[in-house]
Design a protein around this ligand. Sequence first.
Ligand code: NAD
Ligand code: TYD
Length: 349
Amino acid sequence: MKTYLITGGAGFIGSNFIHYMLKKYKDIKIINLDKLTYAGNLENLKSVGNNENYNFVQGDICDRDLVSSLFEKYDIDYVVNFAAESHVDRSILDPKTFVKTNVLGTVNLLDVAKKAWESKEGFKSYKKYVQVSTDEVYGSLGETGYFTETTPIDSHSPYSSSKASADLMVKSYFDTYKMPINITRCSNNYGPYQFPEKLIPLIINNCLKGKALPVYGDGMNIRDWLYVEDHCKAIDMVINSGSVGEVYNIGGHNERTNLHIIKTIINYLHENVDTSINESLITFVEDRKGHDRRYGIDPTKIKEELGWYPETKFEDGIKMTIKWYLENKDWMDNVTSGDYQKYYDKMYN
Ligand code: NAD
Ligand code: TYD
């Protein structure tokens, strides 16, 4: 029975990953370590709360004593680090928090795992640390070309720079100590349980509330969208079969401009929910500082080496996602109560 320490499992991708893994494997143990910041929500994991293969621990990945105690209590085989401050706009407001969790927290996890896993003979081959990173570490593309695993790191925002710094620390644990690691770099995810500070859930929520839809700059920035379950599948494959020390890019060639995404959501809600939801809600606002123009992943390596492929087409995934938010209005009301409005007013008013 393999034991996984999943960090940040109460957030968007981490909670989807826990659902994916508990559905797929009956013989694994999952320890979910999450600080429960504004982005962490145990509601995301309500249906697995009583699963005997799942344990939740509230705490900070920067807390060395706590992380060490988990390695003493459990025979951890894999660390999968999702825990992060993950929103670019918040990183522009407050970069330090991003350095603390994303860089120092990662180093803390690496160091405690190394201490627990290393012996005189080196590391056991079946242990692995997986860093869940992002395509944003590569910076911004022009109109052509794609990010490959050998594209130089050229991060721009405090968020992506903190993720890039963490990636380099993870790499250094392989290069220096031969610690078994992988780094995954995925494109923008969408799907259930995404906090509505990110584009897609924010636009869905604002449409349903009849609020203005803030479009940064000219709305022609391009992101490469992947349904979150396809990301989860890729991470599982990297854990099981990724060559130690390697980076894997994850993406499904679904590049869309922000305006295209926003209009797709408006059209769906106009046809299926309320005809008063229309393009008059679109409001162009000041551009994000240092706004990356285009991201696009070349997924050849993970496809050829591990046999991964994306299963959900964007046109299907976006409908499934909008339907999920329509069916889970309580979830949205819950996460947009409290401090959300304060953040929203600071950002948009
Ligand atoms: P999220 O913000 O939804 O969730 C982050 C989770 O980490 C939350 O549950 C939060 O409580 C927890 N957390 C934050 N600081 C912590 C700390 N110090 N200790 C323990 N837990 C802490 O983020 P997400 O969108 O699910 O992203 C997960 C990971 O995937 C991140 O590392 C992010 O960089 C990466 N990623 C995200 C995307 C995307 O499109 N969302 C794409 C590629 C990579
Ligand atoms: P976001 O979801 O924050 O992801 P990231 O910046 O990590 O790619 O933003 C996706 C794109 O949407 C990005 O180009 C910024 C843009 N955007 C808006 O135009 N308006 C918004 O209100 C938000 C949150 C994002």
